[in-house]
Design a protein around this ligand. Sequence first.
Ligand code: ADP
Length: 486
Amino acid sequence: MKVLIASSEIVPFAKTGGLADVCGALAKELSKLGAEVSLCLPLYRSVLEGNFEIEPILEDLLIELGHYKLTADIYKGHLGNIDVFFVRKDEFYDRTYLYATPKGDYFDNAQRFIFFSKAVISLSKALNIKWDIIHCNDWQTAIIPVILKIFYADHPLFKDTKTIFTIHNLGYQGVFPKDSFSLTSLPPHLFSIDGLEFWGNMNLLKGGIIFSDLITTVSPTYAKEIQTEGFGFGLDGVLRAHAHKLIGILNGVDYSEWDPERDTYIAANYSKRDISGKSRCKKDLLDEFHLHTRLAERPLIGMITRLAAQKGIDLLIDAIDEIIEKEVGLVILGKGEKRYEDALRSISSRFKGKIGIRIDFDNGLAHRIEAGSDMFLIPSLYEPCGLNQMYSLKYGTLPIVYNTGGLADSIIEVDEDKGEGTGFKFYNYSKSGLCEAIDKAIRCFLNKGLWQRLIIQAMSCDFSWGRSAKEYLKIYQMLLSSKSPQ
Ligand code: ADP
């Protein structure tokens, strides 16, 4: 089976978030399972400067963007035994950031990613590669299934190719002014309610939903949620209309990076066979943030997050006094919107010795917080999959989460009587809902025997990528045999 994964970011070449991790890890696992996988992404500055071995294989590939005739050069590199195609167009991709500067989005993102999407098709033609599956990801590559359906349905190279479109976060849709539609070269009738039109603008993600053979998203619960008004960002109706081809597959975790037994960032290694190192990690974390030593005997709650509305920072700020009254410690690592950074700084000065806050993006500290905390807080309003709760389980740090998306799918509510479960969920998105979940977590923490048992259960969970990759392979196979995925 020949599979091409097209994405605007892929680890280790370029990354701003989970999308990059997913594409890199999925490709490697699919390849282990026997699929012949290739990857394709833009040749960004991070690739040019990253010491990767790449070589040019095609020059001056013609790409039409509306009335403009442009060219791209195609480079090839490798990720293990996986071929990686890079689309080189320095005017578009040799920039400091992938999508946006701190001042906002690049003005030409529609050009940059429609160009990239067209280049994916053109390079396949130029190299005469017949893909069984083209797997597209998020709005940046959403136009590929549309172009294939409209222009290539009878083309010998593409007529049997199936397209999969994965939505990693419906909050980002690639919405551009109507004028940008001409860049797609699609017939004008597709700028309509049944096509890419969205409240007078062009919506690229909508095209991917309508024209792909199968849509996936990154957890089963999120697949259901995005079909509702509350989570649909205006596309819930379109998703409901295409629900027959929408499924959710939970992302996996890279345990070579996130495993307390091998972690090189933490004060002491530990495993479920011997968790004694975890208390050293906690002491180390309390010291690093100058928190009261008496917190060694009280629950320490960690949080690592982008500081964005999606992550529930408003609820946290609203509930902070009540949480701290419960005699727990709190360690927060986050970076993002200035209004939240300022609010957290002021909280940290109000609760010296009880709350430690670091406004930064720091991978090493993220590992130390996972290892040193007793509990991990994720009050996200919505969470397509979420990775931190799965890391927390591996580190024996019990998650307290809002019951949404991938958080709902990966955490099992603790049953205090049976001594079973892996975390604490709140079902009512409110200060009282959150505080009740924290109260339950504290009750369990104070019962030492129960807590040990819960830690071991959490550390025994397996969210490795192999399981997710098998599910993707299964749906590829179903598509190729043209059976319905449901
Ligand atoms: P999202 O992709 O919506 O930000 P995920 O939970 O899927 O959320 O993935 C976020 C990843 O980024 C996790 O690996 C998390 O540990 C990491 N991360 C987020 N914020 C920070 C930060 N300030 N410092 C270090 N790592 C962070």
